[in-house]
Ligand binder design. Structure first.
Ligand code: LRH
Ligand code: MN
Length: 432
């Protein structure tokens, strides 16, 4: 069995060699421009090098919709090959040091072996995701009418047991959080009692919280609709916040950017959750209509920047209990998933770096003086700063590629994987 193809450090170094001079020229120009704004570019580079976002294991396979999935060539066929692809994303971009697993999609017999494979690529494990929104082969009771809020206690207990199993698997992988998104809800008015459903959810979640190891948190993920189309039990941040308050300090609220009605002010939701020490973290993606799971920063980059502006404001204020987990949650239906994830991580780093450029003293002065336009332009100045050279220098100094996407394409990785990984009919590495 020949060793699977991998992109070597020499290949990356050679690819960088042709780009370094121009990149440093652009960086020096940006550095001078930022100096005039009393911003130390070197300090921003160092900060950007600490930024990390987790890759969803389900994101490295081609995703689809209820209508169809069009698998791409060289798809990963199991979690080990998914980790190899996550290794490529981190090797080139140096911004994705962890992966977020999903159970049972990533179930294996030997979790130590999985941890080793991840470590081979310098990867660790972030929050583990449970799944009580699908029925598994051989499952005793169906989740058709819900899981943690189901009318039947036996189904609720089955769902709680699954979450406890996920905690056990996460403990072996080194995770420190469990993400619970449930699809529970109804399609008809009257189909379920809106209050009883929520109370059953709280009672079941209390059993899960009680089983959390001392240093763990549970992340509650709200979503406005889909697959339920009349009422969703955990439909918005208010409901998630109320549940997290009831469930105690280990329960926090995870914000999936695509889980809100169009035009909802997500950055304000972030500010509120930070204020009440209940921000768990994020599932970053972008959307135009519903839970489109499009690439982060590909539809509304200014909105993404405004979210990071609130996060940097909290970081600067040393907000109490502020330790958000950054994760991506996307479905790549028409692109090479590795390319989309490399680029999405860069767009997240970009929003983070731009938010670091905001002159918060000038912003506050304008806010206190009710200088609406002045304040707004402080944000716009940061958002319209092209930080690409700075991000490239951060990657270069972290041992990555100056131009990760170009390096990936030049490496021929996908073509090699297409030979190594003959497609297996009926298997899917994506969400559907
Ligand atoms: C639900 C969701 C959740 C995951 C799933 C793959 O829409 O965002 O976070 O479990 O996608
Ligand atoms: Mn999500």
């Amino acid at each position: 069995m020949s060793t699977p193809f991998a992109i070597s450090a020499d290949f990356v170094a050679a690819h960088n060699a042709g780009l370094e001079a121009a990149t440093m020229e652009d960086y020096d120009a940006l550095k001078r421009a930022l100096q005039r704004r009393v911003v130390d570019a070197e300090a921003v580079v160092r900060q950007v090098m600490t930024f990390g976002v987790a890759i969803p294991t389900w994101g490295v396979g081609t995703g689809g919709t209820r209508f169809a999935r069009f698998p791409g060539p060289g798809e990963p066929r199991n979690i080990f090959e998914k980790l190899d692809d996550c290794g490529v994303i981190h090797g080139l971009g140096r911004a994705t040091p962890t992966v977020s697993p999903h159970i049972p999609w990533d179930k294996v017999a030997d979790y130590a072996e999985l941890r080793e494979r991840a470590a081979l690529h310098g990867l660790g494990f972030d929050a583990i995701n449970s799944n009580t929104f699908q029925d598994q082969p051989g499952q005793r009771l169906s989740y058709k009418f819900g899981s943690l809020s189901h009318a039947d206690k036996a189904v609720r207990d089955q769902a709680v047991a699954h979450n406890l199993e996920c905690i056990e698997i996460g403990r072996r992988l080194g995770s420190r959080a469990l993400t619970v998104w449930i699809a529970d809800g109804s399609n008809f008015a009257g189909q379920s009692n809106l209050t009883t459903a929520f109370d059953r959810y709280l009672e079941a979640m209390a059993g899960i919280v009680a089983a959390l190891p001392a240093d763990w948190h549970v992340f509650l993920e709200h979503k406005l609709y889909e697959p339920a189309f009349y009422a969703t039990v955990i439909s918005d941040w208010g409901t998630s916040f109320a549940a997290a308050q009831e469930l105690g300090p280990k329960a926090r609220c995870l914000v999936d950017l695509g889980h809100h009605a169009p035009n909802v002010n997500i950055e304000q939701i972030v500010a509120r959750l930070v204020r009440f020490k209940k921000l768990a973290g994020f599932h970053f993606n972008d959307s135009k209509y519903g839970d489109d799971d499009l690439d982060a920063g590909s539809v509304e980059p200014f909105r993404l920047f405004l979210v990071f502006n609130e996060l940097i404001d909290a970081e600067r204020r040393k907000a109490d209990g502020f330790a958000p987990a950054y994760m991506i949650d996307q479905s790549h239906n028409v692109t090479d998933p590795i390319e989309s994830l490399i680029q999405s991580a860069i767009e997240l780093q970009r929003a983070y770096a731009q938010a670091l450029l905001v002159d918060r003293t000038a912003l506050e002065a304008a806010q206190e003086a009710n200088d609406a336009l002045g304040a707004h332009l402080e944000l716009k100045r940061a958002f319209t700063t092209d930080v690409s050279p700075l991000l490239a220098v951060a990657r270069l100094r972290s041992g990555g590629a100056i131009a990760p996407l170009a390096a990936y394409r030049a490496s021929g990785y996908r073509a090699c994987k297409t030979k190594e990984r003959p497609a297996v009919a009926g298997t899917s590495a994506g969400i559907v």
